[in-house]
Design a protein around this ligand. Structure first.
Ligand code: OAD
Length: 248
């Protein structure tokens, strides 16, 4: 694992910042063994023939709640077996070091909170929570597939945002406020193509934040970023936090 070079100017800006925000995508969980959303399903066998963008929709659920429920059960098992990686832990450390830190995630795997992050905005919900598909009340799933709501009999569903659905109330407003108010905005592990989340890096940059991208590949965010750290989040984020806040 080569040493990651962190520009001194960036380390200094992070150390001095009062307000920092971060937007993460599935690339931050890739090193925990959770497949990223878009290159997720090569080699995943049974589920390979299904395009996630077809299953993660209200229409797919209405048409075949059992199939969609089982697909999420498979993903939930993947996530339950995963551990936070150094990227998640670096962001939890950053929250402890920075006066005001907001973590905005598109991930539904809950790994940021398991790593110790507290101020987390889950823009797309959380796969480990189950709700009634009619009343959206939290429910514990039974054994049947799909499980049914004990109150109204509607099928239960994962508490995640599907394509075409609204984000959790207030989530985008809080994320937008953090993006506009921060001095440094980290954008890690996201392809930056799914809105409204993908609009946050530009909103931060246009509000004067120093925009940093962490990704092995270029994305639409790259041209907006002041600093582009080309590498894996599990290596780059710990190096970035250590450069800004030297241990010891
Ligand atoms: P994508 O799969 O679209 O993008 C993953 C990004 O992570 C890519 O840019 C990869 O280059 C990058 N990446 C891969 N490994 C990485 C690593 N080790 N470290 C850092 N970056 C790495 O996933 P998202 O951008 O999260 O929405 O997708 C955003 C949303 O699209 C998801 O939340 C989901 C999907 O539709 C909903 O489900 C509503």
């Amino acid at each position: 694992m080569g040493r990651v070079e962190i520009p001194q100017e960036l380390a200094g800006a992070l150390r001095k910042a009062r307000r920092v925000a971060a937007l993460t995508g599935s690339g931050v969980s890739a090193e925990s063994g959770v497949p990223t959303f878009r290159d997720a399903y090569e080699g995943s066998g049974l589920w390979e023939r299904f395009d996630p963008e077809e299953l993660a929709t209200p229409e797919a659920f209405a048409r075949n709640p059992k199939l969609v429920w089982e697909w999420y059960s498979w993903r939930r098992e993947l996530v339950a077996g995963a551990e936070p990686n150094p990227a998640h832990r670096a962001l939890a450390e950053l929250e402890r070091r920075v006066p005001l830190f907001t973590l905005i995630t598109q991930n539904v795997d809950g790994l940021h909170r398991r790593a110790g992050s507290e101020n987390v905005i889950e823009l797309h919900g959380n796969i480990l929570r189950t709700v009634c598909s009619a009343e959206r009340t939290p429910q514990e799933p039974g054994e049947e597939s799909p499980p049914r709501c004990p109150r109204c009999g509607a099928p239960l569903r994962p508490d995640v945002v599907w394509f075409g659905e609204a984000l959790p109330p207030g989530a985008m407003e809080a994320a937008s406020e953090a993006a506009r108010g921060c001095e440094v905005f980290l954008c890690a592990g996201t392809s930056g193509v799914v809105y409204p989340a993908a609009g946050l890096p530009r909103e931060a940059a246009e509000s004067g934040a120093l925009l940093v991208e962490v990704n092995p590949e270029p994305t639409p965010v790259t041209p907006l970023a002041e600093f582009v750290l080309r590498g894996r989040a599990g290596e780059v984020l710990p190096a970035l936090v250590a450069a800004a806040f030297p241990p010891g």
